[in-house]
Write a protein that binds this ligand. Structure first.
Ligand SMILES: Cc1cc2nc3c(=O)[nH]c(=O)nc-3n(C[C@H](O)[C@H](O)[C@H](O)COP(=O)(O)OP(=O)(O)OC[C@H]3O[C@@H](n4cnc5c(N)ncnc54)[C@H](O)[C@@H]3O)c2cc1C
Length: 397
């Protein structure tokens, strides 16, 4: 891809967090981008999640996943600040991580990230006694405080990114096959009608990318489905006593609890999730998953869990379920699939349970590679995200 003015046309398949982030990053650089989605509107896939967290992963050696999620969360929060309404669509609240069984440890010694040495307020730290108390946890409960973290409503972010000038979205277009004709990648529907064509195609249709790409020679990215369900209810259904127990910020560490965030019908709600179910390619809402989420809340925030038992009854509880698309090392696959055999065919998928934290960064990485700009994260980290890692190519585009 030479990135010259004639070539600056892209076709993106999938209008979730991944596809909309790619579209936004390219269109912001002057590209003309057409996005196709099989659904009739925003949020048909996992990005229809009513509310989720942007929060970093931490590890004692500040490993690759920790460094990538930190860069990703930073990119997402900046994008949210630029495009979304604070308090309604997202909020930089900070997130308390209940460190159950002490499994999360902050980096120490040489592994302490540079930014933590300069300004600890911006980084993950041990939670203070006040923060632990505000979460309603007993004194001495092990917990971390992620200052650069908060909640986001992914649909709002998707919709805002798709509104970028230069992005055109065609809803209700299911890609059935893709093929290369001359210099162009062409996508067709089930009747063989052309839906779109461009010199660059970015497949961002999560687990469904597999059906489109598997027929291509040598395709080797092992995308998997991982179903998940959240349970939620409305704030107006809570008693005063229950409200008094709500933490003023999201809490994660064994699933996550968020409150005072608009639900899909616009009324403020509370959320607990989510379940993890492998080998399932459908995402119906299930009663037994509400019970699993109730247990999750009881472990994460025991006092609140006990007080909210009755909120899980069928007259109060609502659910939303979706399919995450995962890869074995929990890092997405971005960029050319096989630049020699399939030039101009790129992927942005495999966000797993962290699409809110990673998709914006992956969109920026895609655009930086295409436009030959400095990368939005260290090249040594970016190479862990390349889709071509699955064909044994270590060198990024
Ligand atoms: C229960 C649950 C809780 C979660 N919580 C969090 C969280 O707290 N924090 C976090 O960071 N992440 C969370 N995630 C993960 C996050 O939601 C996903 O990683 C992210 O939404 C994936 O975005 P995507 O664009 O890759 O995929 P999707 O949002 O699934 O988008 C794929 C799009 O492709 C379209 N499509 C599919 N096939 C075709 C085709 N053939 N032709 C045309 N269009 C097609 C679909 O209609 C869809 O719109 C959660 C996920 C779930 C399920």
């Amino acid at each position: 891809m030479d990135g010259g003015p004639q070539a600056r046309r892209a076709l993106v398949i999938g209008a979730g967090l991944s596809g909309s982030a790619v579209a936004h990053s390219l269109a912001s650089r002057g590209w003309s981008v057409m996005v196709l989605d099989q659904a009739e509107g925003v949020g048909a896939g996992a990005s229809g999640l009513p509310a989720g967290l942007a929060a970093p992963h931490v590890s004692p050696d500040d490993n690759v996943l920790s460094r990538i999620t930190r860069a990703g969360v930073q990119a997402t929060l900046q994008r949210a600040q630029a495009l979304l309404q604070s308090g309604t669509d997202w909020a930089l609240t900070g997130v308390l991580e209940h460190n159950l069984a002490g499994k999360r440890r902050l980096p120490t010694g040489n592994a302490v990230p540079e930014e933590a040495q300069d300004n600890t307020n911006e980084c993950s730290t041990q939670a203070s006694e006040e923060q632990v108390a505000a979460a309603g946890l007993p004194p001495g409960t092990p917990a971390l405080w992620h200052a650069r973290a908060g909640w986001i409503r992914p649909r709002q972010l998707v919709a805002a990114q798709l509104q970028t000038p230069g992005v055109q979205v065609l809803w209700g277009r299911k890609a059935n096959a893709i093929e290369r004709r001359g210099e162009l990648w062409v996508v067709t529907d089930a009747q063989g009608q052309t839906l779109g064509q461009a010199p660059l195609m970015v497949v961002a249709s999560a687990f469904d990318s597999l059906a489109l790409l598997r027929p291509l020679p040598g395709f080797a990215v092992p995308l998997n489905p991982l179903r998940g369900q959240i349970s939620f209810g409305h704030m107006h259904g809570l008693t005063d006593a229950q409200r008094r127990l709500l933490p003023p910020f999201p809490v994660n560490g064994h699933g996550s609890f968020i409150s005072n965030v608009p639900t899909p019908n616009g009324q403020p709600g509370w959320y607990i999730g989510s379940t993890f179910e492998r080998n399932c390619e459908q995402a119906p809402v299930r009663e037994e998953d509400h019970a699993a989420n109730q247990l999750r809340l009881a472990t994460l925030l025991p006092n609140l869990g006990a007080a909210m038992q009755h909120q899980f009854g069928p007259e109060h509880i609502h659910g939303w379920a979706g399919l995450r698309c995962t890869l074995p090392n929990r890092l997405p696959a971005v960029g050319p699939i096989d630049s020699e055999r399939l030039p101009g065919l790129w992927l942005c998928a495999g966000m797993g349970a962290r699409g809110i934290s990673l998709a914006v960064l992956c969109g920026e990485l895609t655009a930086a590679w295409l436009c030959k700009e400095p990368l939005p994260l260290e090249p040594a980290l970016a190479k862990h995200l390349t889709a071509e890692r699955y064909i044994g190519k270590a060198k990024p585009p």
